[in-house]
Ligand binder design. Structure first.
Ligand code: DAH
Length: 357
């Protein structure tokens, strides 16, 4: 019996798979298995012999059985491990060396601008690109006869014959988001509104679709001085220069009073643009104190609230900062251009991490 025991325990321990194990079970404990045959011999024994052989055989049978069960589950575990190893996927593998795609300069600049204004407490608001002419014009104090409507080269949508409501427009600026945000949230408010705008125009510095970011700050005690400080902080952070000189030039917009256009001191020496030095001035944005009629149109009481607004051309400041000479290239989808001017997709601009590493 000891021989049988050590023989089967060794065979079981060495079994390589479940079918080999099943063969061993039949060989030992099956109907004609070695141990079963021994059990049959019990009948021929004397009662005394049976008394010792019986329990010993039963114990042997139990031991072999347990060894078979234990080995079976060990083989099952090993098979599962093996399968898991085979199916293992290393999701931590580094990305390919050359990024497949890149962040478009417009997206990059929009994120830079957002990071700067977020730091000054502005949140981001959005509005529709297909706009009613009330939001795009009337509410901004640009009535039907106003020359600004013609100046803006507006795209109009088509109304069905017989429908004499005014057509919708592709918004010509982000200023209508001022009205929508004030209507939705009231004053006080501090927002920027980046987005696409449309005008029928096409040359080196104009494309029919381009981008603006609108700014709006309304409260009880906001003045032109706050506007100047905010814009100076913005320009310093955006162009990453400490010494910038801004020139506020009196101007006119229907939706602000007074209005100012802002120029930045720069030089074009050697064909490259340097911000903060030189004798040239470059216009970068329009701004002013929000006109009382605009506040009124948006449901805000102009005898209680006042504030400033501004509108910056995103494409324009992207060209300036990154030395991109032709606006049209932004929208040509030329892969060589995108690889050259694009940004790495994992570098998110922040004020502490750097805007444009
Ligand atoms: N909406 C103007 C444009 O597209 C830009 C602008 C000027 C926006 C003055 C403003 C502002 O908010 O105050 O030309």
């Amino acid at each position: 019996m000891d021989d049988l025991k050590s023989k089967y325990l060794t065979l079981i321990a060495d079994a390589g798979d479940e079918s080999g194990l099943e063969e061993l079970r039949v060989q030992a404990l099956g109907k004609k298995g070695e141990i079963s045959l021994q059990m049959r011999e019990l009948g021929k024994m004397t009662p005394q012999e049976r008394q010792t052989a019986g329990p010993a055989l039963n114990a042997l049978k139990d031991e072999i059985n347990s060894a078979l069960i234990a080995k079976k589950s060990a083989l099952g575990d090993a098979a599962l491990d093996e399968r898991l190893r085979g199916e293992w996927l290393d999701v931590t593998l580094p990305a390919r060396d050359r990024p497949v795609g890149s962040i478009h300069p417009i997206t990059q600049v929009t994120e830079e601008v957002t990071a700067i204004f977020a730091d000054m407490g502005f949140s981001v608001a959005e509005g529709p690109q297909i706009e009613s002419d009330w939001y795009n014009f009337d509410a901004l104090n640009i009535p039907g006869h106003h020359p600004a409507r013609a100046e803006m080269d507006t795209f109009y949508t088509h109304r069905a014959d017989g429908d004499d409501r005014p057509p919708h427009v592709l918004r010509t600026h982000t200023s209508p988001v001022q009205i929508r945000s004030l209507e939705a949230n009231g004053a006080p408010i501090r927002i920027i509104c980046p987005g696409r705008v449309y005008r029928a125009d096409y040359d080196q510095t104009h494309t029919p679709m381009f981008h603006q970011v609108e700014g709006l700050a309304i409260d009880k005690d906001i003045s032109m001085a706050n506007l100047k400080w905010v814009l100076e902080e913005f320009v310093k952070a955006f162009f990453e220069v400490d010494d910038v000189e801004l020139r506020f030039r009196a101007s006119h917009f229907p939706f602000t009073e007074p209005s100012a256009e802002v120029d930045i001191r720069c030089s074009w020496e050697g064909g490259t643009l340097k911000v903060g030095e030189g004798d040239d001035w470059l216009e970068i944005l329009g701004s002013g104190m929000v006109h009382p009629k605009v506040l009124q149109a948006a449901g805000v009481d102009p005898s209680v609230y006042q504030g400033f607004a501004f509108g910056v051309g995103i494409d324009r400041i992207a060209m300036l900062k990154y030395g991109i000479p032709d606006l049209r290239a932004f929208f040509d989808s030329d892969l060589r251009w995108l690889r050259h001017y694009g940004f790495r997709s994992l570098d998110v601009p922040t004020l502490h991490g750097g805007l444009s590493k």
